[in-house]
Write a protein that binds this ligand. Structure first.
Ligand SMILES: C[S@@+](CC[C@H](N)C(=O)[O-])C[C@H]1O[C@@H](n2cnc3c(N)ncnc32)[C@H](O)[C@@H]1O
Length: 284
């Protein structure tokens, strides 16, 4: 069956991921329930998610990475982080879902149209901490630099998050961003999701759906790429580790799920360890 591409702009990927988080609430074994996710993603998000290939697999991956990142945020807060800057925040609703110190300042950055939509839908809902949203195209270097300059003018210990965002940037754009973030003294930590399976060709059915928002980032060795940009790993939570912790096993989909079940546990674990989430800190 051929399906029309559902994603017309990279902001649509936020609706896609939002719908996947909303879906989690419908499961009897849900690991979290995020009622605002369905409000934000709505029918648009649901139809995008339905049109994408490998729905069950992607759903599993997004839920696993969401939980892993929740835990890494907790770790950063324990290290004294007072401000969180979520780059490409999309329709993420962590400030409404997580228990956070109320004095935490949470800043979300994404394209202006998405920020406007989020502001409208979330008006009247109360977050657990202080939330500010900023509409900005992160590839606009001048605008970005002046925002970082403002954020960097205070010494507030800051955690950066970029979840599901790097794939849409080129290697050069990621390196440029990483280097700029490194230069801001108050930016201590950075949480990112990773896929270290190496450069590979995106399957055709994916390439078609993602024509307007292609996966561009091909770092080779993900950890080396960021270390070369001055960011070293402080903690890693692999998909294998998080799925075991949550008792949420690799989905039973054909053919990947069948193949995974046929493999010895250690090999399955190894395959699932190429992806996950990492907390990075500046290299000494
Ligand atoms: C797959 S979504 C992930 C959203 C969110 N981080 C989450 O996990 O729910 C990717 C997000 O990156 C944002 N994004 C991609 N390129 C961007 C850019 N140049 N400037 C601002 N946001 C960008 C998109 O608009 C989208 O919201």
């Amino acid at each position: 069956m051929t399906r029309a591409a559902a994603i017309a702009h990279v902001t649509d990927t936020a609706f896609w991921v939002g719908a996947l988080r909303a879906n989690e609430a419908k499961r009897s074994d849900a690991v979290f329930r995020e009622p605002l996710a369905s409000l934000l993603a709505g029918t648009r998000g649901a139809s995008i998610a339905r049109a994408m290939p490998d729905a069950a697999l992607v759903q599993w991956g997004v839920i696993i990475r969401t939980c892993a990142i929740d835990r890494l945020i907790g770790e950063a807060l324990n290290q004294g982080v007072e401000r969180i800057v979520n780059l490409g925040a999309g329709l993420d609703t962590r400030p409404y879902r997580m228990t956070l110190p109320p004095q935490t300042r949470w800043i979300e950055i994404d394209f202006p149209s998405l920020v406007q939509w989020k502001d409208e839908v979330l008006a009247g809902h109360t977050p657990a901490c202080v939330v500010q949203r900023i509409g900005l195209d992160l590839s606009d270097r001048a605008e970005r630099s002046s925002l970082f300059k403002v954020l960097g003018s205070t010494s507030i210990k800051t955690l950066l998050i970029a979840e599901g965002v790097m794939p849409y940037l080129t290697n050069e754009a990621v390196a440029d961003l990483a280097t700029e973030l490194l230069g801001i003294p108050s930016f201590y930590y950075w949480i990112l999701d990773f896929d270290n399976s190496g450069a590979r060709k995106i399957p055709k059915r994916w390439a078609k759906q993602l024509k307007a928002a292609p996966f561009l980032f091909q770092p080779g060795d993900w950890f080396k790429f960021f270390a070369d940009c001055g960011w070293q790993v402080r903690n890693v939570i692999s998909s294998a580790e998080e799925s075991e912790r949550l008792n949420k096993s690799y989905p039973f989909v054909f053919p990947q799920g069948l193949l995974m079940r046929a493999l010895p546990r250690e090999m399955r674990r190894k395959i699932m360890s190429v992806s996950g989430a990492a907390l990075l800190a500046k290299c000494d």
